[in-house]
Design a protein around this ligand. Sequence first.
Ligand SMILES: Cc1cc2nc3c(=O)[nH]c(=O)nc-3n(C[C@H](O)[C@H](O)[C@H](O)COP(=O)(O)OP(=O)(O)OC[C@H]3O[C@@H](n4cnc5c(N)ncnc54)[C@H](O)[C@@H]3O)c2cc1C
Length: 397
Amino acid sequence: MITDWDTIIIGAGAAGLFCAPYAAEGGKRTLVIDHATKPGEKIRISGGGRCNFTNMHAEPANFTGQNPHFHKSALARFTQWDFIEMVDRAGIAWHEKTLGQLFCDGKSTQIVDLLVQNLKDAGAELRLSTSVENLEQTDDGFALTTSAGALTCRNLVLATGGKSIPRMGATGFAYDIARQFGHNIINPRPALVPLTFPEGRFAALSGVSLPVRVWTQSASFDEAMLFTHRGLSGPAILQISSFWHEGTSIHVDLTGGRDLFSALRDQRQAEGRRQLSTELANHLPARLVEFLATEWADRFDLTQRLADQSDTALRALTDQLSDWSLTPSGSEGYRTAEVTLGGIATDGIDSKSMMSKTVPGLYFIGECVDVTGWLGGFNFQWAWSSAHAAGRHIAEA
Ligand SMILES: Cc1cc2nc3c(=O)[nH]c(=O)nc-3n(C[C@H](O)[C@H](O)[C@H](O)COP(=O)(O)OP(=O)(O)OC[C@H]3O[C@@H](n4cnc5c(N)ncnc54)[C@H](O)[C@@H]3O)c2cc1C
């Protein structure tokens, strides 16, 4: 039987849109469907509206998942430099903000427009407001019942992302389909997400931000941390949230790696009459010092003079400042999480083609797979690289 389409891609997000032109090479009939009314909505809102579309320093170590090697192949065959070249060719101006993170100078919709244009130029079709009601394997591929009628295809690409930001149409659809075809799912959980603390714990500090080092047993990041009404946020916290587990602590070095002990000791020599809290406020936000004076009142009296501090006392204080152990009560969850950790287990997927090892013609790409990037453009790079791997494999088949 001849199928309606060579390839149907479900999900017109970063990965699905990017995959389509490759899959359509050589005139292969390719359709992208999405239940949303607009394509690439997460691209549109990403990077504060300027889309942090990749990272110059992207390498396999910036990604997590059960198998630390799985993502290497796709990332090596379509790199950040390949995407940058594509952006340059389209005349989209960009800049490096910090730590290799590349953003559009203009709006992130430039990236969406580029992907949709490439899809159309390749002869692929995009159908929005179309949801999938049923999906089955046939002798020739797959049969789909959609809100816009029945469809058949030889190859089916699942690119419906993770569960983050449900109000934007995120669903667990890819996981359900993967399960239907016998694939395992690594427990999905919100990541790149603010961490919450018992009501009002940091309310007095809301809006205070400072550079810190934050770590758990498995990772460490040097970035900014922000206190909020609900808890902790900012890049350092979003990063560490991907490595934090419910009930465990995170460690915060409020000195950001600086030698505060020597600084305080020198100051004791120069201006011994100064209050500890006054001197600390030269190194940390004053509101934070005020907060810590109360928080640690049973151990440190910050109203004392510098001159009255022994080396041991100064050492105890700076040790505490450089390892503040905090136990979050939870995270803000999928409502604000930038990505979903976990997902379709990579042991059932071929890393070169992103095709299921057990169901020929079924592909999984982008965030629905158990590969999660750090904050900073890495998640889009995974979307581009995994989509490219699947698209090329389909075109060459
Ligand atoms: C606020 C925010 C900011 C971000 N900023 C950045 C950034 O600057 N840089 C970066 O690298 N990453 C960023 N990310 C992460 C990045 O957006 C995702 O990792 C990336 O979009 C994943 O691509 P994807 O194609 O796999 O999924 P998505 O882009 O989420 O696309 C999935 C598509 O599938 C559709 N879909 C879902 N379920 C169904 C269904 N049942 N039927 C039909 N269609 C369905 C959705 O409507 C959507 O269009 C950000 C995320 C958020 C939430």
